[in-house]
Design a protein around this ligand. Sequence first.
Ligand code: GH3
Ligand code: MG
Ligand code: MG
Ligand code: MG
Length: 316
Amino acid sequence: CIVKNEPHSLNGLIASVGRALASGRTTVLLVDSGQASRHDLAGILRRQRLSIVEASRGAEALQFIDAGEAIDAIVTDTNLADMTGKSLLEEIRRRQGEEAAPVIGLSEEGDARLAARFIEAGGADFIRKPVLEAEFHGRVRYAAAMQKRMQALRRAAASDYLTGIYNRRHFFLTGPRLVDQCLRRGEGTSIAVLDIDHFKRLNDTYGHEIGDLVLKHVARRLKALVGAEHLMARLGGEEFGILFNGLDVREAFAFCERVRLELARSKIVADEEELTITVSIGLATIEASESFENYLHAADQFLYMAKHAGRNRVMS
Ligand code: GH3
Ligand code: MG
Ligand code: MG
Ligand code: MG
């Protein structure tokens, strides 16, 4: 646990990363049990306008990482008070896998095999102490820049280009895991497919660009209504999927009704025009571990029924 007289409490650390993220800065977690050494290294990085979070022990670093705060690079001494740098690296990779921030090892020991073992365990780089200032911050900044780029690529691969919300790929990649979590908790859950009514007519009347504006509007409203608790994505065209995180069918139905009414009520201002739309929603319950495609197919069939029953309604 975090020792009170350490330079930063966990909450302090989290707040400092939150600020760094908000300002788009690069954040480096620096783990070194030697106070003088940590102070010097932090100084070098701070002079490069990097935002530094310091930890004096491996456990402290892990606690911070477990809190889920984003960091762009981790620099760790190989000889920490409570573990080796290599075991810290392995713990981080065990917890976060490929998405873990790059970990750079630091050592004043002369043994070249130390570096080899660290890199072999998945380390991004290894630097000898005492460091050459320009080389040290250059390597750290490079690792952090690569991580930022990887994150941007991951984000791009998961998002829909027009609306910016999650795409079909992300929905299918992460949906099954969320279903498993719900089922393991002994909860059922539900999946909804939402489709804008007569969208082709809207395109034909106002043009494709207005159609795009309407899609963006619907995505934005949906995102606000659904929040981060449930998984929501644009599945394609004017169709959106919502995978509820542990709502039974009655709760999910009420939720969908609220979404339907909210979207029908909201005015869309586009090119002097004030438009309104309606949506139809098909809702299926998930009770046993079936294939994810089957759940979606079931929701699709309810959507089809909703369309045939006259649109602007939820069917389950
Ligand atoms: P229904 O009420 O039965 O759902 O009728 P609909 O017209 O909404 O359904 P249909 O599937 O016939 O038409 C969907 C339309 O959505 C056709 C296509 O041109 C339009 N569409 C799909 N993707 C986009 C897009 O990215 N932008 C725009 N503007 N239109 C799109
Ligand atoms: Mg259709
Ligand atoms: Mg439609
Ligand atoms: Mg459609």
